[in-house]
Every structure is written in structure tokens, then in C-alpha cells.
Design a protein around this ligand. Structure first.
Ligand SMILES: NC(=O)c1ccc[n+]([C@@H]2O[C@H](COP(=O)([O-])OP(=O)(O)OC[C@H]3O[C@@H](n4cnc5c(N)ncnc54)[C@H](O)[C@@H]3O)[C@@H](O)[C@H]2O)c1
Length: 273
């Protein structure tokens, strides 16, 4: 069985999962982290998934493909920077399913400029989607989970939280903000039986990075810097997200999990140089 098909039957029996930024979730197409996570969650017994995004057509198609496969899935238009949208999506989820057990904050945008080239508008936009979106998500997600005795939240950061570069000034700072916010949230919600963790992916083939891995030079530059010698796949990020959501991670909160093929483990010079 291919690793992306590996499942633990019944692991998520009866559970409800909400994922932001997860419109790219149609099997057979290039999937995002949300899509890979949602499909495996459903195959492992999940009662329902709510996938949300600002890309409505793509999201509707993805949810329909899950329903066609016999699963309970819906797409909701949801801009993570809007508190009104958060109130609507969490209260609709509770009305429909009675509880919310898991939240994965995935929505994100990128910037590729140096500090000098970054405008204040770009800086604010990146912070708005990544940090404000996560803050609102944890606030409203935890409020909903409180009503059914607890839950688990995963925030999608990046290895850029640990390892910066000359480009993506706002991106790297926002990702470091996510991991630190995650620690505070973990402490605050521990007594409510809500665990909060972050995952830090490296270079993974998804819609987010298509423009890089489709460019031979840009792609090879990165592959050469990965100790495991290849890009990651969305199902490899989904596996970590689902582990952290599940009861297997019952004693893990406030942690950050690197999934980067070893990129940030240390300096990795080519042999002989
Ligand atoms: N793919 C990688 O190599 C990689 C590496 C590290 C971190 N990440 C992070 O993982 C997350 C998921 O990326 P992915 O690889 O699944 O790609 P993706 O492009 O499928 O997911 C990002 C989604 O966020 C949505 N989005 C953007 N602004 C939004 C908003 N205001 N409200 C709601 N949704 C919004 C986009 O429409 C998109 O569907 C991103 O936050 C990204 O920064 C990705």
C-alpha cells in the first residue's frame, strides 16, 4: 500500500473537522494540505469535514467530489481575515453537526521580496491572512470546542519560522509569529482540554509552490538542499497534521513539528566541497 493510502480505520470515528484554505481538494488534481488531510480524515472514520476558502468554485468542486465518494463534506466561503466569517462558519458547523472537534488553520499567502522591496501593504496583507486569520481561528475554534469538552487545533506554519532567507521578509516573520502564538494558545487552552500545535513544512509540491517546482532551475536548487533529496508531498504533511489532531498525540501541546526532509537540521554541503 502506498504511504498516501495508509489509513488507520476508525481513528476519527464521529469527529468533525474544519479546515481553512482547503479549496484544492479534488483527488486526481494537485492537492493542498487541506485536501490531503480531509480525505484521509474521512477515510479514517471522520463524521464530517467543513472545507473553507476564498476560492469558491474550486472549493465547491472539491466538496462535491468528497460527497460523490460517499462522505459528509461541505464547502463554505470563508475569508479568514473576517471575524464575521469566523462567527458564521463556526456557528453553522455547531448547528449542523452538534460539535466541532478539530480545526486546522491552513489559509496563507506568500511574498517573495526583500525587506527593501516589501511595501507596507504587502506586509500587512501577509500578516492579516496568516497571523490575524490564525488568531481569529483559534479564538472562535476553541470557543466552539469548549462546548463539547475539548478538541485539537493545528496551525500550518513553515520551516521559514526557523530558517529565514533574503526573500519573503513578511512570510518568514509571520510564520515565526504563528509558532509563538501557538505556544501561548496551548498554555491558555490546556485546562479546557484543547491542544494547540504547529507544523512547519519544508518544500512540498502543492498549488502553493507550483510556480517553483514547475521551474527546473528553481526546483533543483531546492532539491539539492534537502538531505532526503526530494520535495515533500501533501500526504506527508497530512499524516503529521492528523497525528497531532488525534488522541495518539494526547500529551503533545504547544509543540512545533518540522516536516522538511532535514533542511533545517543543519548545514548540508555537497560531498567533497
Ligand atoms: N507547499 C509548501 O511547500 C508549503 C511550505 C510551508 C508552508 N506552507 C503553508 O501551508 C499552507 C497551505 O498551503 P498549501 O501548500 O496547501 O497550498 P494551497 O495554495 O492549496 O493553500 C493555501 C490556500 O489559502 C487560501 N487563502 C488565501 N487567502 C485566504 C483568505 N484570506 N481566507 C481564506 N483562504 C485563503 C488560498 O485560496 C489557498 O487555497 C499555506 O499557509 C502555506 O504558507 C506551504
Amino acid at each position: 500500500m502506498a504511504p498516501d493510502q495508509q489509513i488507520y480505520p476508525g481513528r476519527f470515528d464521529g469527529k468533525v473537522l474544519l479546515l481553512t484554505g482547503s479549496a484544492s481538494a479534488t483527488e486526481g488534481d494537485l492537492m493542498g494540505f487541506g485536501g490531503a488531510t480531509a480525505w484521509r480524515f474521512l477515510r479514517e472514520g471522520g463524521k464530517a469535514v467543513v472545507i473553507t476558502d476564498v476560492q469558491d468554485e474550486l472549493g465547491e468542486r472539491s466538496a462535491q467530489s468528497m460527497r460523490d465518494a460517499g462522505f459528509n463534506a461541505e464547502f463554505v466561503h470563508h475569508d479568514v481575515t473576517s471575524e464575521t466569517d469566523w462567527e458564521a462558519v463556526t456557528s453553522n458547523t455547531l448547528d449542523k453537526h452538534g460539535h466541532l472537534d478539530y480545526l486546522v488553520n491552513i489559509a496563507g499567502i506568500q511574498d517573495t521580496k526583500s525587506i527593501e522591496e516589501t511595501s507596507i501593504e504587502t506586509w500587512q496583507k501577509v500578516m492579516d491572512v496568516t497571523n490575524n486569520g490564525m488568531f481569529l481561528g483559534v479564538k472562535h475554534g476553541a470557543r466552539s470546542m469548549n462546548r463539547s469538552g475539548g478538541g485539537s487545533i493545528v496551525n500550518l506554519a513553515s520551516m521559514a519560522a526557523r530558517w529565514s532567507s533574503p526573500y519573503g521578509a513578511a512570510y518568514a516573520a509571520s510564520r515565526a509569529g504563528m509558532t509563538h502564538f501557538t505556544r501561548g494558545a496551548a498554555i491558555q487552552y490546556a485546562s479546557s482540554n484543547i491542544r494547540v500545535n504547529s507544523v512547519l513544512p519544508g518544500w512540498v509540491k502543492s498549488p502553493f509552490t507550483k510556480w517553483i517546482f514547475n521551474d527546473e532551475k528553481l526546483s533543483k536548487y531546492r532539491t539539492d538542499r534537502v538531505p532526503l533529496g526530494r520535495w515533500g508531498e501533501p500526504h506527508e504533511i497530512a499524516a503529521a497534521i492528523l497525528f497531532l489532531l488525534s488522541d495518539d498525540a494526547s500529551y503533545i501541546t504547544g509543540s512545533e513539528m518540522l516536516i522538511d526532509g532535514g533542511v533545517t537540521a543543519g548545514f548540508f554541503p555537497p560531498v567533497g566541497e
